[in-house]
Design a protein. Structure first.
Lengths: 269, 592
């Protein structure tokens, strides 16, 4: 029975570790400036935890096999209540490991979340509602127009869905889109809002996720470094249509972005 | 509390006398109703909790079976359900989580085994408050009935997930969020009341009813784990109860604790000014300690089993006690790690993260000490031991993903993915369930006077152990690839659709693993009637439940009062006549 435990525990450990290392499945290739640092720290954590995982499982399998009851009389060495020195050694080791890992990652977190977006960032207001995402750009005046809950009409889509007040001069040049178009290599300031329940804005390639909470306007930022189309999915249960609440981020060159925005402005006039 | 034997001794003496009075106060009842239904006997109440959890776990498992079928065959027509709609899927996951967390993982290890064995293991004739004990069971039972009722009311069971995030859970926005959601939160509130009564009873019993010589540091680690769990329960369930009442008020009385100004289907809801994050803070202030409420008893039990079946004292008894105390203490300071992406201040994330990584330290100490316990032992591979070894393996595997999720910078990506599902199912779900299985195989002879069939038990272990890994290990892979939880279909988002092969593998593994649980169920009931008769101490263990008759008499020790002279884990003591020294045997030389 001891041998069988050893074989099964070792097999499970080695096979599952192999599938990790062979990267049958892994995080998608990153497409934002934060991705490299985050992925690096993921790999560091993965290696450290992987070593602990494999070592602990192999030790467990080995010990249960090695110390199976072989019918011999108990030896003196088997009567032991522990070893204080060893306890101290592994307490210190694990403290250093866990706290160290944490400190190593805190600067990445700080640069993602403690810092405000740069002054020249592109501002996009992202609004979640059951079950769609809307993206609003402030236009040449740099100001978002006022929105009013009583004006919201989700079935009409676009500006009406956001409840924009047409009487507010600041909303005259606001552009509302169902696709998030952003320029590459520019910092994007995202202002997250929700009309109804909590949604979560998740773009895997950007290594970006943030809940959109009704009643709050949450400011976050990311910098895409690759052009292309990236899918957005809602990552917080928001109702029956949660599974189909998705959208796209289209990362384009600065010129294309300017052209797109100008065309949308022109459409409005 | 821990030191100072002098003072403790007198307390034990005096309470011991009052304990005898308590036993006299309720002599063995005669009628069926008083004996088996409204019983005051902690052993019967323990069994009632156990069977409640047994029913609950099969209901919860059946719901997960339906979910696994739907995830790989979304259009198949099921009997009674027809083709499953998103609403049905969401109600299944909500009820699965709620039933498993409250009525299985909290109910079986603490209410079930804790009730049955805590008083016996400390040498008491019963719990401190037998009537309260009976009340706490029936309150919990009522909570379960109210929860199940949600399936049958108009609109059906709630859809907001077991975490019930507001405003989704606070608004009557869709069918399941009507009466079903009211019943859900009412059930949880009722459960909290039962758990609070139970916690008070456990704490008082442990502090006041210990037999002569049973100092705190001679208590089996199981007793320590039930005691610490009770303290956690006392502090955590009160908060959840309050949160639940506030949520009920938001839903029914027009208050706005958790709901800001929101529109729903183009209509203003009439709420304004509330905070959705407040619900999350209150919920997780309960929710994180709850993880330890589920796993601590399994840790205590597993320590016990490893020592008994390795025929060796526990490695680092004191370190184990301090590790459990620090896990319990730190467990109250980490709730914010569920909220890194919630919009909470990013500065607090840093503090919550450090604390969470800190919990890794006592958890690692426990793992080292479990390995230390079997090291140089003489291991007997009875079924309880297999489950204890399985527990250690699963605890390591489930624990190792914790430091990923505890770091906010990695949680940005991993939050709400299947990586999280893998993590908490392995550590809080499967590892705890292995503790419950181990406890069942270990204590069944004491509870029912019969032995369980060992061949079936071993078959059950192998299928469940390999099956659990086959279900939950691949969830790490799909989580890393971005698979999101609580998606009733994976057909809409391209990257999720690409992960269907993993879902198919997991579902097949789940079908086999779920099927093999019927081996356990059969063994349990078959052995009650047909099992080999058990001796008083079939495992040659040292703690007090093994000095009394099998099954134990109404007052636990048949009029005798045990006096304790030894620690709980004296195995292979050099010079002793047998390889184990009972706690009531004459005192051996102080151990080193």
């Amino acid at each position: 029975m001891g041998l069988m435990l050893l074989v099964v525990i070792w097999l499970i450990t080695l096979v599952s570790t192999y599938i990790f290392i062979a990267k049958w499945w892994w995080l998608p290739v990153g497409a934002s400036s934060a991705a490299a640092a985050i992925d690096h720290h993921f790999t560091v954590t993965f290696i450290l935890m992987g070593v602990v995982f494999v070592a602990a499982q192999l030790a467990l399998g080995y010990l249960v096999w090695s110390y199976r009851d072989r019918g011999s009389a108990p030896g003196k060495e088997s009567y032991s209540h522990g070893n204080t020195k060893l306890e101290i050694v592994w307490t210190v080791l694990t403290t250093v490991l866990f706290v160290g890992m944490n400190l190593a990652s805190s600067s990445i977190w700080a640069s993602e979340r403690f810092r405000q977006a740069e002054a020249n960032a592109v501002h996009v207001e992202v609004t979640g509602m059951q079950f769609a995402w809307y993206f609003r750009y402030p236009g040449p005046d740099g100001k978002f127009g006022v929105t009013k809950p009583e004006l919201e009409d989700a079935s009409a889509g676009g500006e009406a869905a956001l409840g924009m007040d047409p009487k507010d001069p600041a909303s005259k040049d606001d552009v509302v889109s169902g696709v998030m178009v952003v320029p590459v290599n520019r910092e994007i300031e995202v202002i997250l809002r929700s009309h109804d329940v909590i949604h979560s804005f998740f773009v895997p390639q950007m290594r970006f996720k943030q809940d959109a909470v009704p009643g709050l306007a949450i400011h976050m930022h990311f910098t895409p470094i690759q052009t292309g189309e990236f899918e957005i999915a809602c990552a917080e249960l928001c109702g029956l249509g949660h599974y189909k609440m998705h959208g796209f981020v289209k990362v384009v060159s600065q010129e294309e972005f300017d052209k797109w925005l100008a065309a949308r402005e022109a459409e409005k006039q | 509390m821990v030191g100072g034997t002098g003072g403790g001794e007198t307390i034990t003496m005096s309470t011991h006398e009052s304990a005898v009075h308590a036993a006299d106060a309720h002599a063995a009842p005669q009628g069926f109703i008083r004996k088996w239904v409204f019983s005051l006997d902690h052993k019967v109440i323990g069994l009632q909790y156990f069977f409640l959890a047994l029913v609950a776990v099969f209901v919860g498992m059946f719901l997960s079976l339906l979910m696994r079928i739907h995830l790989i065959w979304p259009t198949v027509a099921l009997p009674f359900f027809g083709e499953m709609q998103p609403a049905t899927y969401l109600s299944l996951l909500t009820m699965h989580g709620t039933i498993m967390v409250f009525f299985v993982l909290t109910t079986a290890p603490q209410g079930g085994f804790g009730n049955y064995f805590l008083p016996i293991q400390i040498g008491a004739p019963d719990m401190a408050f037998p009537v309260l004990n009976m009340l706490s069971f029936w309150t919990t039972f009522l909570g379960f009935i109210v929860l199940l009722a949600a399936f049958f009311v108009t609109g059906g069971a709630p859809l907001h997930g077991w975490t019930g995030y507001a405003p989704l859970s606070a608004l009557r926005s869709m069918p399941g969020e009507e009466l079903g959601a009211d019943l859900w939160i009412t059930s949880i509130a009722i459960f909290c009341l039962g758990a609070l009564m139970g916690a008070l009873n456990f704490i008082t019993t442990t502090l006041d009813m210990r037999a002569k010589g049973m100092t705190m540091m001679r208590m089996p680690l199981t007793v320590w784990s039930w005691f610490i769990t009770a303290i956690l329960g006392l502090l955590a369930f009160g908060v959840l109860l309050s949160a639940g009442i506030l949520l009920l008020m938001d839903r029914n009385l027009g208050t706005s604790f958790f709901v800001p100004l929101v529109t729903l289907n183009g209509q203003l809801t009439g709420h304004k000014g509330g905070s959705p994050l407040l619900w999350q803070h209150l919920f997780w202030f309960f929710g994180h300690p709850e993880v330890y409420i589920a796993i601590l008893p399994a840790m205590g039990l597993c320590s016990q089993l490893l020592s008994v079946f390795s025929r060796k004292p526990i490695f680092g008894y004191k370190a184990m006690v301090y590790a459990m105390l620090s896990i319990g203490f730190l467990g109250f300071m980490v709730w914010g790690h569920h909220m890194f992406m919630s919009g909470m201040s990013p500065y607090t994330a840093f503090a919550f993260s450090i604390m969470t990584m800190g919990i890794g330290v006592p958890s690692a100490i426990k793992t080292f000490n479990w390995l230390g316990t079997i090291w140089r032992g003489r291991i007997r591979f009875h079924s309880p031991m297999l489950f204890a070894v399985g527990f250690v393996s699963l605890f390591v595997t489930g624990g190792i993903s914790g430091p990923f999720l505890a770091q906010p910078v990695l949680d940005i990506y991993l939050h709400e993915t299947y990586f999280v599902i893998a993590h908490f199912h392995l550590i809080m779900g499967v590892a705890s369930i292995f503790g419950i299985f181990g406890a069942t195989y270990y204590w069944f002879p004491k509870m029912f006077g019969k032995m369980m069939n060992e061949t079936l038990a071993k078959l059950h272990f192998w299928l469940t152990f390999v099956g659990a890994y086959a279900i939950f290990m691949p969830m790490h892979y799909s989580g890393m690839a971005g698979q999101l939880r609580r998606y009733s279909q994976g057909t809409e988002v391209a990257w999720i659709k690409a992960l269907t092969p993993i879902q198919v593998f997991i579902s097949i593994a789940a079908f086999i693993t779920i099927g093999s649980q019927f081996i356990f169920l059969f063994n349990l009931f078959w052995s009650m009637w047909k099992g080999k008769k058990a001796s008083d101490n079939p495992w040659e263990a040292t703690t007090l439940e093994w000095i009394t008759a099998t099954p134990p008499p109404h007052d636990n020790f048949g009029g005798r009062t045990p006096v304790v002279h030894n620690g709980p884990y004296e195995y292979s003591v050099p010079g002793a006549p047998k390889d184990f020294v009972m706690q009531t045997d004459p005192e051996i030389e102080p151990a080193h």
